[in-house]
Design a protein around this ligand. Structure first.
Ligand code: BTN
Length: 247
């Protein structure tokens, strides 16, 4: 990771840049990082607020030897890497929220967006986009997110150097990715479930107005969430917004 690094003061989206680089043959582990994004993308076509001088916006280009159907594993892998990183600053209060949010004390501090290019040969490349709220203050968030989002600065009371955080992120990511290539998804899946503290919880997932709910039984090997209904029937959920139902 990081043998080639592209650093931009301003860009439309680091994921788009990583895609262009992938298209022109850039190698696995190429990194794109920007101070600000003009068209930062979130999941489900939402925009990602990307003010300059504050946060981390980065994408890592990967060319994993896996089938497209198991690519969601890489989103979960990135979640574990970010959770390892953030746990150094906020030990014990980092949590993963399926499919790809990282929270501190119940508020979103990081979003992950994996986008892939496939062809008849399988996966050509994947851009793993990671946005971490580092030094943004609560009042700078759009009003709609103010109660739902946080930053490392809000949680630690310290202004942190973004580059240190970026370097440490790539380090954690590389450790997780090396383990994944050597041993597969199993150990990362277990670590993901520990950070998510979600097994046995009642969960509701909404995707395109369809609601699925049930008790969380685990993740399957493709990274899909498994929900168990009252009759014991298991449903695989691959996308959506999840909320834990307090009962
Ligand atoms: C989400 O939670 O909806 C995912 C947000 C992903 C944001 C990051 S910032 C770096 C990369 N470039 C983008 O345009 N999006 C991702």
């Amino acid at each position: 990771i990081g043998r080639a690094v592209y650093l931009y003061p301003e860009i439309d989206s680091t994921n788009s840049a990583a895609f262009h680089l992938g298209h022109s043959g850039a190698g696995e582990g190429t990194i794109v990082i920007a101070d600000t994004q003009l068209k930062g993308r979130g999941r489900l076509h939402r925009p990602w607020q990307s003010p300059p001088g504050r946060n981390l916006y980065t994408s890592i280009l990967l060319k994993p030897p896996i089938e497209p159907s198991v690519a969601p594993q890489l989103t979960l892998l990135a979640g574990v890497a970010v959770a390892d990183l953030l746990s150094f600053y906020c030990p014990g209060s980092v949590r993963l929220k399926w499919p790809n949010d990282v929270q501190i004390n119940g508020k979103k501090v990081c979003g992950i967006l994996a986008e892939m290019k496939t062809s008849a040969h399988g996966i050509d490349y994947i851009a793993i986009g990671i946005g971490i709220n580092v030094n943004i203050r609560n009042e700078e968030f759009d009003e709609t997110f103010r109660n739902l989002a946080t930053s490392l600065r809000e949680e630690t009371g310290q202004v942190l150097p973004r580059m240190d955080i970026a370097v440490s992120l790539y380090d954690h990511f590389e450790k997780c990715y090396t383990l994944y290539l050597a041993e597969g998804f199993q150990s990362l899946k277990e670590r993901w479930l520990i950070y998510a503290r979600i097994l046995g919880e009642q969960l509701q997932v909404i995707f395109r107005e369809e609601v699925q709910s049930g008790e969380v039984a685990g993740l399957d090997d493709s990274g899909a969430l498994l929900l168990c209904d009252r009759e014991g029937k298991i449903t695989r959920v691959i996308a959506g917004d999840a909320t834990i139902k307090k009962g």
